[in-house]
Ligand binder design. Structure first.
Ligand code: ADP
Ligand code: MG
Length: 478
C-alpha cells in the first residue's frame, strides 16, 4: 500500500536528509513541494529549470534510490518546474558547465610586497610580482564580520546566498562560474561577496582568495601600465584561486582594463578557478561593457538580491544588535524595519544614528526618539545618485521629455540640457566620461568633456545660468 504523495515525499526526505550536507538539504530539498502520485510516479515541484538541472546533476542517484525504496523498482520521479522568473528582471538565468580543462599550469612564482588595503584612492600600488621569489601570502582583503553567519537569509536573497554557499564549498567546480550577484545599492552584494570569500578560505586554507573592488583593479592596472609591468599585473591575478571583483559596473567604458580583465577571466575560468562578480545592474544593462565579456558573465549564474521583506529586515536589525551586544525595545526595531524598506545600508545607518543619539543625549531609546530621528534621517539621507536620476531632474527642470536627451538634434535647449546632465553626472557619479557619454545619447568622451567645460564657463559668466545650475544641483542632492 503506497501512501499519499505527501507521505511518500516525507519518507524520501528523511532518507535524503541523512545523506546530504544540512546546508545542501536546506537549499535543494526543502523548497521542493510534492504534488501528486499516480501509477507509481511521484511528481515534485521545483522552483526553476536551474533547480531541476542541479538536482539531476548532483542528486539523481540518491533520488532514484529513495524513490525505489518507497515506490518499488518501477517507481519513478517527475518534475514540475515553476516557470516564473526567479532571476529577476534579467530574464531566466543561463547555466553552463565549466570546461573541465585540468591541464597543469604552474603558477608563476609571485609575491605581493604591498598592502592592497590602502583605501581606494588613486595611489594604490600595483601588486608587483618579482619572478623567482617564493610565493607569499596574498592579503585577501576580506572583512571578517561580512560572514555567512551574519548574512540573514530571506526570500530576497535565497538563490544568490545558496549559490554563493555552494561556490564556497566547491570553488571553481560548480556550474556557478562566474557567479554574478547583482542588485541596487545597499542590498548586500559586498557582504555576500565577502562571505563567499571567507567561507572558501575557511574550507580551503591553501587556496588564494582575493577580494578587490573594481576601482582598485582599475587603479592597479593604470599604475602597471604606467610602470610598464602589465605582465606582472596579469600574472598576479592569474594565480588567484578565488577572485572576487566588486562593482564591475565601474569597468564600463574602460576598454583597456576590460581587455586585460578578459584575459585574466579566461585564464582563471579555463583553470577552474572561481570568479565572483558583483554589479549594480543585471548584465544586460551594463552598457559600455564589451560583448565578449558580457557573454562570459552568462557562462555561470546571475542571481539578484531583492529588497528584503519586513520579517527579514527585522531579523537583520536583531542580528546586528545582538552582535553589538545592544538591546533596544522590540517596538523600536519594528518601527525602523517599517520606516526604511528599500535599502539595508540605510536601515542600519538609521539604527546606528539612533544608538548614537541616545548615548550622546543620555536618552533611552524609545519609539518617540526613533520617530524624531527617522524624520530627520530619512530626509537627510544621501542617496546614491545615478546618471538616470540626474537626467530626470534636469529634464523636469527644463520641462523637456527625457527621450529628447537621446535624440539627434541640435536644438539649443536640448543641447544645453544634455550638457547640464553630463556636467552633473561628472560631478555626482563615479562614472567615466565615456560611460556618461554612452548614457547621454551615445556621445563620446570628448563631447562630455566639452560639455563639462562649457557648463563650468557659463556658470562663471552667465548669472541666469548660474541660478539654473545651482537650482538643479539642489534638486539633485536634496
Ligand atoms: P551593496 O554592496 O549591495 O551596496 P552591502 O553589502 O554593502 O550592499 O550591504 C549594506 C549593509 O547591509 C551592510 O552593512 C551589510 O552587512 C548589510 N546587509 C545587507 N544584506 C544583509 C543581510 N541579508 N543580512 C545582514 N546584513 C545585511
Ligand atoms: Mg557594495
Amino acid at each position: 500500500m503506497i501512501g499519499t504523495h505527501a507521505e511518500v515525499w516525507k519518507n524520501c526526505l528523511s532518507v535524503i536528509k541523512d545523506n546530504v550536507h544540512p546546508q545542501s538539504f536546506k537549499t535543494w530539498f526543502e523548497p521542493i513541494v510534492p504534488i501528486r502520485i499516480e501509477n507509481k510516479v511521484l511528481t515534485i515541484q521545483v522552483p526553476s529549470q536551474f533547480f531541476y538541472e542541479w538536482l539531476e546533476e548532483h542528486y539523481i542517484d540518491l533520488l532514484k534510490k529513495t524513490i525505489r525504496k518507497e515506490l518499488g523498482p518501477d517507481g519513478r520521479l517527475e518534475y514540475s518546474i515553476i516557470m516564473d522568473n526567479t532571476s529577476g528582471p534579467n530574464g531566466p538565468f543561463a547555466v553552463n558547465y565549466p570546461t573541465s580543462n585540468h591541464y597543469a599550469t604552474k603558477n608563476p612564482y609571485v609575491s605581493m610586497p604591498i598592502d592592497l588595503n590602502r583605501g581606494t584612492s588613486k595611489d594604490i600600488p600595483n601588486p608587483f610580482i618579482i619572478p623567482g621569489l617564493k610565493k607569499i601570502k596574498v592579503e585577501s582583503q576580506l572583512v571578517e564580520s561580512y560572514s555567512f553567519d551574519n548574512f540573514v537569509e530571506g526570500e530576497c536573497n535565497r538563490l544568490a546566498r545558496s549559490a554563493g554557499f555552494a561556490v564556497a564549498e566547491n570553488p571553481g567546480k560548480t556550474a556557478f562560474n562566474p557567479l554574478l550577484v547583482f542588485s541596487s545599492t545597499g542590498l548586500g552584494k559586498t557582504h555576500l561577496a565577502h562571505a563567499i570569500g571567507l567561507q572558501a578560505k575557511h574550507n580551503f586554507p591553501e587556496k588564494t582568495v582575493l577580494y578587490v573592488t573594481t576601482e582598485q583593479f582599475i587603479n592597479q592596472y593604470t599604475e602597471s601600465a604606467r610602470n610598464k609591468n602589465i605582465n606582472d599585473f596579469v600574472h598576479f591575478y592569474q594565480m588567484i584561486d578565488v577572485l572576487i571583483i566588486d562593482d564591475i559596473q565601474f569597468l564600463t567604458g574602460k576598454d583597456k582594463t576590460q581587455d586585460v580583465f578578459f584575459h585574466i577571466f579566461n585564464h582563471l575560468h579555463q583553470n577552474s578557478k572561481q570568479l565572483i562578480i558583483t554589479s549594480d545592474k543585471p548584465p544586460v544593462e551594463l552598457k559600455g561593457m564589451e560583448p565578449r565579456l558580457l557573454s562570459r558573465f552568462k557562462w555561470g549564474l546571475s542571481a539578484d538580491l531583492q529588497a528584503p521583506d519586513y520579517e527579514t529586515r527585522v531579523s537583520i536589525l536583531k542580528k546586528k544588535l545582538y552582535n553589538d551586544g545592544i538591546q533596544i525595545p522590540a517596538e523600536v526595531i519594528n518601527y525602523l524595519a517599517q520606516a526604511i524598506n528599500s535599502n539595508v545600508r540605510e536601515m542600519e545607518g538609521a539604527l546606528i544614528s539612533l544608538i548614537a543619539q541616545s548615548s550622546l543625549n543620555k536618552k533611552a531609546i524609545t519609539l518617540e526618539l526613533a520617530r524624531q530621528m527617522i524624520d530627520k534621517f530619512v530626509k537627510h539621507t544621501t542617496k546614491e545618485i545615478s546618471i538616470d536620476y540626474i537626467q530626470k531632474v534636469v529634464c523636469d527642470y527644463f520641462g523637456l521629455p527625457i527621450d529628447q536627451l537621446y535624440a539627434k538634434t541640435r536644438k539649443r535647449e536640448i543641447v544645453q540640457a544634455r550638457q547640464v546632465a553630463m556636467y552633473f553626472s561628472k560631478k555626482h557619479t563615479k562614472h567615466s566620461l565615456a560611460v556618461i557619454g554612452l548614457h547621454c545619447g551615445n556621445k563620446d568622451h570628448a563631447t562630455v568633456l566639452h560639455a563639462c567645460r562649457t557648463v563650468a564657463n557659463l556658470v562663471e559668466t552667465d548669472k541666469q545660468f548660474r541660478v539654473f545650475v545651482s537650482d538643479i544641483d539642489r534638486k539633485i542632492t536634496q
